[in-house]
Design a protein around this ligand. Structure first.
Ligand code: N7H
Length: 443
C-alpha cells in the first residue's frame, strides 16, 4: 500500500482550495536553503493523509517541487530518468506546438526557475501571511522569479474554467489509493508515482520513490473570442435554436456540456441532472450499440478534447500508460463588459495547468504532442485525418481544423483560424516525497 504520509498532497488528491499561489523561485544560498528545507519547510509541506479529511487539512496547504536547475543548485547529481525534465520545458516548446517561446512569460525562458512553492488556501490574506512566514524562514536563501495567482471563479462558476465548463470531473483512480467510480479508469500507482508498481523507468535514484513529475503550463484562454466563434458557427439542426446550436458546438469541442454532462450520453441537449451524478457523469466509453465506433460521431466527435486526451473504447485494449492527474486552477479576472462587447480579450486569463505523472513523455507531453496535436489521431477511423484537438491542439500559432464537429455532417471541415488557448510557457518540475526533502535533497 502507498505511504500517504510521505506523498505530497497535491499529487493524488489535489489541494482544492479557492485560492492558489504558484511562487516560482531561484535558490541563491543553497547551504541555507537545504538547512531550512530540513528544519522548517518539510514540516510545513502538506501530505496526502492530511488532505484526506477536512479536520486534518491545514488552513494553508503547501507543496514544493524542483526543476532540474533546482536539483543542480542543490548539488543533487542523480539522473531522475526523465529526459524531458532534465532538458526543461523550454527545450520542448516547439514540439508541444508552441510557436517557440515568442508568447512565453519571460520568466519561463532561460532556465531561471529552480523551484515552485504551491500555496493553497481559502483567502489571499492567508496565502500572503503564509508566504511572508516562508520568506522569513528562508532568510534570503531564495529569490522570487515569478508568481501566478490562481483562483476559483465566483458564484455558480465555481469549479468551472474560464470558458465556462465544469472541470475536475474525470481523473484516473490509483490502485492502493482510491476505488474507481463507474467509468473511472484504475491505473497502477507507478503511472503517477515514481518507483511504484508499473513505473515505466527501471532505474531511479532510491530517494525519488513516491515523487511525481509536475508539468506546469500557464495557458491563457481567449474567452470573448471563443464565445464569438460559438455564436458565429452554431450547429444548424432541426429543433435547435441558434443559441442551442452554439452551445452544442461548444459541447462538442470539449466532449462535455458546460454543466459537465458528457456529450456521449447527452448528444443534443445538456442534462444537468446527469452532470451532477458522479455515478453516471463519467460512465461512458464512446461506443454505442448499433453505432460503428470507426465512423460514427453522432454522440461525440473523434477530436473532442476529452476524447483526444482520454480515449476510451477507441482502443481495443485498455491503454495502461498515458495518464495524468490534473490539478490546475483558473487564473485572471472575469471577462469585463468591454471585453464581452468587443469580443476581444484585454486582460489575460486562463488556466494554471498542473499535470502529475511518473514520466512526462508518457503523460502531459504525449497527450499534447502525440494525440492533441496529431491530425492523424485516431489512427483507425474511416477518416484518415480527423484533425486537431480544437481546444488545446497547437500548430505553432498557425490555423487548425477539425472534422466531426458538425453532428449533421461528419466530413464538414471547420477551420479554427485563431487559437482559443495560447501557451504562455511553463516548466517541468519534480515533486519529491517528504522523506526526500529532509534526506537526499537537503544533504
Ligand atoms: Fe483539459 N476545458 O475547459 O475545455 N479539460 N483543458 N487538458 N483535459 C477537461 O473531465 C481544458 C488540457 C485533459 O478523463 C475537461 O474533468 C482547458 C491540457 C484530460 O475524460 C475540460 C484547458 C491537457 C482530461 C477541459 C485544458 C488536458 C481533460 C472536462 C486549457 C493535456 C480528462 C472536465 C486551458 C495535455 C479526460 C473533466 C477524461 C478534461 C478543459 C488543458 C487534458 C472542461 C480550458 C493541456 C486528460
Amino acid at each position: 500500500s502507498l505511504n500517504l504520509d510521505d506523498i505530497q498532497g497535491d499529487i493524488l488528491i489535489g489541494m482544492k482550495k479557492n485560492q492558489e499561489l504558484f511562487f516560482f523561485f531561484s535558490i541563491t544560498n543553497s547551504t541555507l536553503f537545504k538547512q531550512k528545507l530540513k528544519s522548517d519547510i518539510k514540516v510545513r509541506v502538506t501530505t496526502t493523509t492530511q488532505l484526506l479529511s477536512v479536520s486534518s487539512q491545514p488552513t494553508t496547504a503547501l507543496n514544493v517541487a524542483f526543476s532540474q536547475q533546482g536539483l543542480n543548485a542543490l548539488g543533487v547529481t542523480d539522473d531522475l530518468g526523465d529526459p524531458l525534465f532534465t532538458a526543461g520545458q523550454e527545450a520542448d516548446a516547439s514540439v508541444l506546438g508552441d510557436p517557440g517561446t515568442t508568447n512565453w512569460v519571460p520568466s519561463f525562458v532561460g532556465k531561471q526557475i529552480h523551484g515552485v512553492f504551491l500555496l493553497a488556501s481559502d483567502t489571499t490574506s492567508n496565502l500572503n501571511s503564509f508566504l511572508s512566514d516562508l520568506n522569513a524562514i528562508l532568510q534570503g536563501a531564495i529569490q522570487e522569479v515569478y508568481s501566478l495567482n490562481g483562483a476559483a471563479r465566483p458564484g455558480d462558476q465555481q469549479g468551472h474554467e474560464h470558458f465556462g465548463f465544469l472541470d475536475g470531473i474525470s481523473q484516473p483512480a490509483v490502485t492502493g489509493f482510491n476505488t474507481p467510480l463507474p467509468g473511472q479508469e484504475l491505473v497502477a500507482p507507478g503511472v503517477i508515482l515514481v518507483g511504484e508498481d508499473s513505473d515505466p523507468v527501471a532505474t531511479r535514484p532510491t530517494w525519488a520513490k513516491d515523487g511525481s513529475f509536475l508539468a506546469f503550463r500557464q495557458l491563457s484562454q481567449k474567452v470573448p473570442e471563443f464565445e464569438k466563434f460559438l455564436t458565429d458557427n452554431p450547429i444548424i439542426e432541426d429543433g435547435l435554436t441558434p443559441a442551442q446550436g452554439s452551445a452544442l458546438l461548444g459541447a462538442r469541442l470539449v466532449g462535455r456540456w458546460k454543466s459537465g454532462a458528457p456529450v456521449d450520453l447527452a448528444p443534443k441537449f445538456d442534462d444537468p441532472v446527469l452532470a451532477a451524478d458522479p455515478t453516471r457523469n463519467n460512465n461512458f466509453t464512446f461506443a454505442h450499440p448499433g453505432q460503428n465506433i470507426l465512423n460514427d460521431q453522432t454522440n461525440c466527435p473523434f477530436t473532442a478534447h476529452i476524447r483526444k486526451t482520454k480515449p476510451r473504447a477507441d482502443f481495443p485494449t485498455p491503454n495502461p500508460g498515458n495518464h495524468i492527474i490534473r490539478a490546475g486552477i483558473p487564473y485572471g479576472p472575469e471577462v469585463g463588459p468591454a471585453e464581452a462587447a468587443s469580443n476581444t480579450t484585454v486582460t489575460e486569463r486562463g488556466l494554471a495547468f498542473v499535470a502529475y505523472q511518473s514520466d512526462i513523455s508518457n503523460g502531459f507531453h504525449f497527450l499534447q504532442h502525440t494525440w492533441a496535436n496529431n491530425v492523424g489521431f485516431f489512427f483507425n477511423k474511416n477518416q484518415t485525418q480527423p484533425g486537431w484537438d480544437p481546444l488545446i491542439g497547437a500548430n505553432g500559432g498557425q490555423p487548425r481544423w477539425a472534422l466531426g464537429l458538425d453532428q449533421t455532417n461528419f466530413d464538414r471541415n471547420i477551420t479554427l483560424e485563431n487559437d482559443f488557448i495560447v501557451s504562455r510557457g511553463g516548466e517541468y518540475f519534480f515533486s519529491p516525497s517528504l522523506s526526500a526533502l529532509s534526506g537526499a535533497l537537503s544533504a
